[in-house]
Write a protein that binds this ligand. Structure first.
Ligand SMILES: *Cc1c(COP(=O)(O)O)cnc(C)c1O
Length: 223
């Protein structure tokens, strides 16, 4: 596989030409421990996993001081295994999950509320029109800090459709941050993956989540 460092540097350069301080999360769900270590040695500081098992495997083997992001759907019964191990949760999308986090976390967790901007049925996330009420209701949970919103682009190769979804998330994020709720500063947007991170950056992403285009994919690590 290609060395990670030059790829990371090129992506960083592309992003910096759009805006400074966009954080790259290397999504390591399709690679093993060695490749994840290479990512860290290449200067990557944010790592993303979408399954409790994958996260545990990496945490056990890696003790560098990096930031762990949980980016996938999180089953309520798995919260206890994951919540104290991560720095950011990108998939808060329902009250039952918030309640379980409140019960299990021993410290405050930085959360992104996942929004289904495109309305595709296959996608998780809260509907955009319900997002503001949902975020307001999270005030009841002092273990949760809403740092931003997260979305997945619709399944299409039409850049205009993708761009529209990212614009929608950014607008919603601004609407929430304008409320100045103490529990929900909501200053961040987590959007953009391998195929659309540049569009996401142009539309205001502060975190992009890049897997295959950055660290590649090792089928044996897929599990
Ligand atoms: C897998 C995944 C990514 C990265 O996908 P790539 O297309 O490999 O960049 C980003 N975000 C989420 C939520 C994912 O599940």
């Amino acid at each position: 596989m290609e060395p990670i460092k030059p790829v990371f540097e090129e992506i960083t350069e592309q992003l910096n030409s759009i805006r400074e301080h966009i954080q790259v999360i290397a999504v390591t769900k399709q690679v093993g421990v060695e490749r994840t270590k290479e990512a860290i040695q290449s200067g990557i500081r944010h790592l993303g996993e979408n399954r409790p098992e994958g996260l545990a495997q990496k945490l056990e083997a890696i003790d560098e001081d990096v930031c762990w992001h949980y980016i996938g759907n999180l089953q309520t019964r798995k919260v206890k295994d994951v919540i104290d191990e991560i720095d950011y949760l990108h998939s808060l999308d329902r009250l039952s999950l918030a309640k379980e986090i409140q019960k299990r976390a021993t410290r405050q967790v930085k959360c992104f509320v996942q929004v289904n901007v495109s309305g595709e049925e296959s996608k998780s996330g809260i509907a955009p029109e319900e997002a503001i009420d949902f975020i307001q209701s999270l005030e009841a949970f002092d273990k949760i800090q809403v740092v931003g919103l997260m979305t997945m682009a619709p399944n299409t190769t039409d850049d205009q459709v993708i761009r529209k979804a990212f614009k929608g998330l950014k607008l919603l994020q601004l609407q929430v941050s304008e409320k100045q709720w103490a529990h929900a500063p909501c200053t961040e947007c987590s959007m953009g993956m391998s195929n659309d991170y540049l569009i996401a950056a142009e539309e205001g992403a502060s975190f992009v989540r890049i897997g295959t285009a950055l660290v590649g994919s090792e089928s044996e690590a897929k599990q």
